[in-house]
Design a binder for this molecule. Structure first.
Ligand SMILES: Cc1cc2nc3c(=O)[nH]c(=O)nc-3n(C[C@H](O)[C@H](O)[C@H](O)COP(=O)(O)O)c2cc1C
Length: 303
């Protein structure tokens, strides 16, 4: 099974990716959070640092772009190819209203004909490197998926990651594995399942519901249990020492790059996304002023 570490803006930077690989491993591809493209193709300092080869040494990474402009996308793909990355990803999944109201991210799913025109233009000439795509299954309603799937099936994407929710559903509530099953049944090449895989059991259930699944993307599940990918590859669960080493290394890395408050804020945000959310633990985390107190709050649940 091929395992992708989901891109999570503000969390899965080079420090997290390298630390994860060193301590836990099990992930085949680490996905970079999106670069928001502009007409000048001027990336932010943070985006340039995140995609730099020295930030990703020893890792297989997949850079990602957010744009509705075929020219911008092609130019960015040339830039990514020059950095010697073998593949890059297009974001059709971001549900943030500031992004979708400009018709980008999952806003591009609203009009399948416009999406088709955009992709016709993108693929009108050979691309510098293969392109993959990460999508949702609709904007308002999962009933939109068959027409979106039909459009995506027309193009030679390297793979298609499907977050089985609509834009409206954001990141919580019901998921629609049936949408993934439909993609498998219709023979979409290299579909990657994404959404709410939190433990080994969840993946086993997915394989039962959607036999033929051979690639998954894990996001919050890996924040909750950073050894999840390793376990899916037949390895051992995280030990308390590994978990302590993980949080400590992340904190040290972020503290050096930013400063104490931001580093601690990121650890707390990770814990929140991981769903470490019983009331007592939330209180402990909120009050924590040092990495040791944060670790105590998180490990409280783990041990
Ligand atoms: C804080 C945060 C930031 C995210 N940033 C990105 C991003 O930059 N690009 C992207 O394609 N998805 C992004 N996502 C979506 C995740 O990659 C993933 O699709 C989502 O968390 C569902 O997978 P999960 O249930 O395994 O967490 C983000 C999600 C979160 C919670």
């Amino acid at each position: 099974m091929m395992i992708y570490f989901a891109p999570m803006e503000g969390i899965t930077d080079g420090i997290l990716r390298r630390t994860h690989q060193e301590i836990f491993g099990g992930v085949d591809v680490y996905c970079l959070p999106f670069h928001k493209l502009t007409h000048t193709l001027s990336l932010t300092t943070r985006e340039v640092r995140d995609i730099a080869p020295e930030e990703n040494r020893g890792l297989t990474v997949l850079p990602q772009a957010l744009t509705r402009d075929p020219g911008q996308l092609r130019e960015w793909l040339r830039y990514v190819a020059d950095l010697r990355y073998p593949c890059a990803d297009l974001n059709l999944g971001c549900p943030s209203p500031t992004v979708t109201k400009r018709g980008r991210g999952s806003g591009m799913l609203r009009d399948p004909d416009a999406l088709r025109a955009f992709l016709d233009s993108v693929f009108s000439a050979p691309l510098p490197i293969p392109l993959s795509v990460k999508t949702r299954i609709g904007v308002e309603d999962p009933g939109e998926w068959p027409s979106i799937l039909q459009v995506l099936s027309r193009y030679p994407f390297e793979h298609v990651t499907i977050h089985v929710r609509t834009t409206r559903e954001q990141y919580t509530g019901g998921i629609h594995p049936d949408a993934f099953a439909l993609a498998l049944r219709q023979g979409l090449p290299r579909p990657v399942y994404n959404g709410d895989l939190r433990c080994v059991r969840d993946v086993a259930d997915l394989l039962k519901a959607c036999p033929g699944t051979d690639a998954v993307m894990l996001g919050r599940g890996l924040l909750a249990d950073p050894a999840l990918a390793r376990q899916l590859q037949g390895g051992s669960p995280a030990s308390p020492d590994e978990l302590r080493a993980w949080y400590t290394a992340l904190y040290r890395g972020w503290e050096q790059r930013f400063q104490h408050t931001i580093a601690l804020g990121r650890i707390k945000k990770m814990a929140e996304l991981a769903g470490h959310d019983d009331i007592q633990q939330k209180r402990l985390l909120r009050r924590a002023e040092s990495i040791e107190e944060c670790i105590e709050a998180v490990m409280d649940r783990k041990e």
